[in-house]
Each structure stands twice: as C-alpha cells, then as structure tokens.
Design a protein around this ligand. Structure first.
Ligand SMILES: NC(=O)c1ccc[n+]([C@@H]2O[C@H](COP(=O)([O-])OP(=O)(O)OC[C@H]3O[C@@H](n4cnc5c(N)ncnc54)[C@H](OP(=O)(O)O)[C@@H]3O)[C@@H](O)[C@H]2O)c1
Length: 313
C-alpha cells in the first residue's frame, strides 16, 4: 500500500472506518476514496458496481456493516442478516471483478461458538452452536470470511479477514437502542449523574466477561495486516485480557463521575458467558496493542463530552 494506491474505506463514518481514516491520514495517505451512504448505498448492487468500475480502488477496507448491541440484533434479525450479506457480497465481488489488489474484511468475535474454549483460537470457527441473540449477524460474518477464502482459492484474490473483539472509542454509536456496552454505559452514567439519579440499572447479571479493544489499536492492527498479512485464515485482534461487566460498569461510573448505586437486571439476557480472543497469531506476526482499558475509556469519555451535541444517537 503506497501513496499512489486508491484506498476505499467502506463505512468511513463509523467507529472502525473513521479510525482507519484517521490513521491512514496520519501516515500521509491522501488518496482515500470515501463515499457517504446517500451517494453509495452498499446494499444496492448496481451502485456498488458502478462505483468500483469508475473508481477502481486498489485497496479496500470493508468496515461498512449493520452493527448493534443485543437489543437491535434480537429485534431486527432480518435486517441484520440481509444488510450484512448484501454489503459484503457486493463489495468483495466488485473489488475482485475490478482488479483490486487487496481487501480486508471486518468480521467479529461473535462468529465463534457460544461455548468455545477460552481464549478463542481462530481454529474454533464452526465447531459448535452460536450465541442465539446475534446469530443472524454472526452467520453473515462467517459467510463474509468464507467468501474471502473462496475468492482467494478460486481467483487468487488477496482477501483477508480480521476478527476484532468488542471495540470502543471516538465516533462510537451512543444511541439508546443501537449502542454496545461501553457507549451505552457512558451515556447512561452521564445522564444519571446530571439528573442526580440514585441508581442505574445495567442489563444482565454483570458476571459475563468481555474483552475490549480501543479502536485506534484496531486501526493500527488493520493497516499492519493490510501491509503484512496474506493468507486465508482469519486473524483475531484483541487486547488479550477480559473484564466482567460489573467491573467495567464500576470503572466507567468512576470515570464519568457517577456516585450512585449500580444495580443489575438479571431478567435481561447476558449473552455469551465469556469472550476472550486468543491473539497469538497476530502477536506472532509482530503486532501488539498499546492502549490500556482505563486510559482508552478516559479518552472516549473526553471525546463524548467534546462532541455531546453532534454525537450519533
Ligand atoms: N463495534 C464493535 O464493537 C465491533 C466489534 C467487532 C467487529 N466489528 C466490525 O467492525 C465493522 C465496523 O463496525 P463499526 O462498529 O465501525 O460500526 P458503525 O460505527 O455502525 O459503522 C458502520 C458503518 O457502515 C456504514 N454502512 C452501514 N450500512 C451501509 C450501507 N448500506 N451503505 C453504505 N454504508 C453503510 C455506516 O454508514 P452511516 O454512517 O451512513 O450509518 C457506518 O459508517 C463491522 O463489520 C463490525 O462487524 C465491530
């Protein structure tokens, strides 16, 4: 990847896409192809084909997807499986057809079985049943990484797949309905602090353990993989340690300055009991994350405060 290449970041306004753009620009790449959704709807095959035929990107970061927490995944299974299958199918096929040199597909740790041995190695893919709450999304992501493998085998297309764990950072989705756990807790503790609420109720038992990676670490890893990795196996990208939701909530409450009680609603679904990635494949390639959780959460809280008015809700 060099300054003359034409780099398409699909989903450039999202959490991951915007971090990739920040990192590429910081490294001096001005040759980015970025399209708003109203100019290029990736679920529309004819629009995707026209775009690729006209612009002929050489490198593609496929970070566009329909993404969300347990609530929206559970309520909108059709939207999740349809949009994700459409977006990835259109983009991967059009990239190959129009001579792209390389494509990086963003999967997710939810592709692994619900009760996979921890930490989860890339080899545990398709060895057991998925977590039911987000199975629609997971099935689409599995299809995406298999599509990358199939295009590599049949067409020699250099398509690679990265599987991050839970992400957080600037430009996250802070909406009450669509957000993941970190932005949801930041927003809820902030609102509770401002109202002076005595209690905040957190979904689930608080016992599930999750791994969180700052999106700037992820972007760094993705650019590293785009430059250095070319094989059909997916690559896990994580921090390498997990934390219980209870401890995460306490950490975020402390950072936001919420001093009230934190209660847990055990009637709400917990999701997978534990999700920690084995990151030895990526470590062996020579990449390590740099941003510890508390530091990353403080930085995300600062960003949230500075962007309160324009934030994605
Ligand atoms: N967030 C996480 O914790 C996490 C964890 C693991 C993996 N991932 C993966 O990382 C990737 C990016 O996730 P994210 O968290 O950055 O999600 P995000 O913040 O919701 O961003 C998704 C981006 O995709 C764009 N998009 C969605 N549908 C589109 C369409 N039909 N046409 C064009 N653009 C479309 C959105 O455009 P608009 O700006 O117009 O809405 C947005 O820019 C996904 O593949 C996801 O599976 C995320």
């Amino acid at each position: 990847m060099n300054e003359r290449d034409r780099i398409f970041v699909a989903g450039h306004r999202g959490l991951v896409g915007s971090a990739i753009v920040r990192h590429l620009r910081a490294e001096g790449f001005d040759n980015l192809l970025l399209k708003e959704r109203d100019q290029l709807d990736l679920t529309r095959q004819e629009q995707v084909e026209q775009f690729f035929a006209a612009e002929r990107p050489t490198h593609v970061f496929l970070a566009a997807a329909r993404v969300g927490g347990i609530l929206v995944n559970d309520r909108q299974p059709a939207d999740f499986i349809r949009d994700n299958l459409q977006i990835q199918t259109h983009v991967i096929d059009a990239a190959w057809r129009n001579g792209a040199l390389k494509l990086l597909f963003l999967g997710s740790s939810c592709i692994y079985p619900r009760l996979a041995p921890q930490p989860m190695r890339e080899e545990c893919l398709l060895t057991g049943p998925l977590e039911p709450t987000n199975q629609w999304y997971a099935i689409a992501k599995i299809a995406g990484l298999k599509m990358c493998q199939a295009y590599r085998r049949q067409h020699g297309f250099d398509a690679i797949a990265a599987m991050p764990n839970n992400l957080y950072g600037p430009a996250d989705n802070f909406s009450p309905e669509g957000s993941h756990v970190v932005p949801a807790l930041i927003r809820r503790f902030d609102e509770a602090r401002q109202r002076g609420d005595a209690e905040v109720v957190v979904w689930g038992s608080g016992t599930p353990r999750r791994e969180f990676l700052h999106v700037d670490d992820l972007a760094d890893a993705l650019i590293f993989l785009m430059r250095r990795y070319s094989d059909e196996g997916p690559v896990n990208v994580g921090w390498g340690e997990d934390i219980s939701i209870r401890d995460l909530a306490a950490m975020i409450a402390g950072i936001v300055g919420y001093a009230g009680r934190i209660a847990f609603d055990t009637t709400r679904p917990d999701g997978t009991p534990r999700k920690l990635l084995d990151v030895s494949r990526l470590s062996a390639l020579g990449w390590q994350p740099k941003i510890p959780l508390e530091q990353g959460l403080r930085q995300t809280w600062d960003w949230y405060q500075a962007h309160r008015e324009t934030i994605r809700r």
